[in-house]
Design a binder for this molecule. Structure first.
Ligand SMILES: [Fe+2]
Ligand SMILES: [Fe+2]
Length: 224
């Protein structure tokens, strides 16, 4: 798909809104610059890569996939996002066609973003792009990249301000000794490679889980 005007505008809009929200957590180190991290934007880009990968090995509509990826967390610009899936679906129905997105595909995007927070796997077969977004959004939580994201979010300014009162970090700093057990706890919680709609997603999940497990197994031996 050639990059279309609606997608450029949509990406610009999401980059601006997430960057604005990121200033509260990772303020610019200088007066005029950008925040030093943007967790939500990094997440969206990871979901985009995985969703396109799944779409290329399965059947799907690229315009619906791309619009869904970029809109799905619009109302969760960093960490807060009550009912953000429903809000994103409403935004899609009210605004997406104004950007020049094909009107007849708007409802498919609205349903994809609406379903992305479903806790059970009950998205109907005919909503393939919704299933792709759901898979990609979960794949983003697996693997070495997720551990990097996890570390980076712990460098958010609001977290660092509360560090001295945080019982998990007894030294009052982000010491390796405090942090390592928290990472090791992730070993059991996230590891389900079967819980995806597509074979390709399960293949990616298995690789990421294996890599994370190997990483954490060795890390465990390095605690001092
Ligand atoms: Fe979300
Ligand atoms: Fe997401």
């Amino acid at each position: 798909m050639r990059t279309q005007q609606w997608l450029l505008e949509l990406k610009g809009y999401i980059i601006r809104s997430t960057t604005e929200a990121a200033r509260d957590f990772w303020p610019s180190p200088n007066e005029v610059g950008s925040p030093y991290f943007n967790f939500r934007l990094e997440h969206i880009r990871q979901v985009e890569r995985d969703a396109l990968h799944i779409m290329n090995s399965e059947r799907g509509d690229e315009e619906i996939v791309m619009a869904s990826v970029w809109i799905h967390d619009r109302f969760q610009p960093q960490f807060e996002g009550a009912q953000h899936a429903d809000k994103a679906a409403r935004w899609t129905r009210e605004h997406l066609s104004q950007l020049g997105f094909p009107s007849h595909k708007v409802e498919s995007v609205a349903l994809a973003v609406k379903h992305h927070t479903r806790r059970s796997m009950d998205i109907p077969q005919e909503l393939r792009e919704a299933q792709m977004l759901w898979d990609a959004d979960r794949l983003a939580r697996l693997g070495p990249m997720n551990l990097i994201s996890y570390m980076m979010t712990h460098l958010a300014e609001d977290f660092l301000k509360d560090l001295s009162g945080n019982s998990q970090f007894k030294s009052g700093s982000l010491s390796i000794k405090d942090f390592t057990p928290i990472l090791l706890e992730k070993r059991s919680a996230l590891f389900r490679a079967d819980w995806f709609y597509f074979d390709e997603s399960r293949t990616i999940a298995r690789k990421r889980i294996a890599a994370t497990r190997a990483f954490l197994d060795v890390l465990e031996t390095q605690i001092y």
